[in-house]
Design a protein around this ligand. Structure first.
Ligand code: SF4
Ligand code: SF4
Length: 131
C-alpha cells in the first residue's frame, strides 16, 4: 500500500489545484518548528521573538501554531506569502506521498473530510484494493 502512495499522490494533485481550495490554510494551522520560525522570520525580515509575538501561540500539544485563522500568510488569491520558506508541515501536507498517511490513518481520515487531495488518494487506494 505504501509503495502506491507516491503515484496516487501525483495523480490526485494532477487533478486538484490547491489554489482553488486553501481549505487547510483557511481552517487549520501548521505546526511551526524552531527551524521553520528561524527561516520564515529571516525571510520576512523580523526578529524571531517578534515573529513569535506577532503571529504564533502555543497549542495544547506545546507546538507553535498561528494565532489567527485563516493563516496570516494566506493571500487573497489563495497563494502562500511565504511559500518558498513555508513550514515543513505545510510543504508535506496532506502527507499523501509518505508512510505517515497510512501510519496515522486517523489523522488522514480527518484530513480527507476537508482536503480533496487526501480524499482522492483514499478513493484511489480503495479502488486498488477492490481490484
Ligand atoms: S486542503 Fe488539500 S487540496 Fe486543499 S489546499 Fe490544502 S492540501 Fe491542497
Ligand atoms: S504558511 Fe502558507 S501554506 Fe502554510 S498555512 Fe500559511 S498560507 Fe498556508
Amino acid at each position: 500500500m505504501i509503495r502506491q502512495l507516491p503515484e496516487l499522490h501525483e495523480q490526485a494533485f494532477s487533478e486538484i489545484d490547491c489554489l482553488d481550495c486553501a481549505a487547510c490554510c483557511k481552517n487549520f494551522s501548521p505546526t511551526f518548528k524552531p527551524t521553520d520560525i528561524k527561516r520564515i522570520s529571516k525571510y520576512i525580515g523580523m526578529k524571531e521573538g517578534d515573529f513569535i509575538d506577532e503571529y504564533l501561540q502555543i497549542d495544547e500539544d506545546n507546538d507553535y501554531v498561528v494565532k489567527t485563522k485563516p493563516c496570516p500568510f494566506l493571500q487573497v488569491d489563495n497563494s502562500c506569502g511565504v511559500y518558498e520558506v513555508r513550514p515543513t508541515d505545510c510543504a508535506r501536507f496532506p502527507y499523501t506521498d509518505s508512510d505517515v498517511f497510512v501510519d496515522k490513518s486517523g489523522l488522514s481520515l480527518k484530513n480527507s473530510t476537508f482536503c480533496p487531495a487526501a480524499f482522492k488518494v483514499l478513493e484511489l487506494l480503495n479502488e486498488n484494493v477492490q481490484r
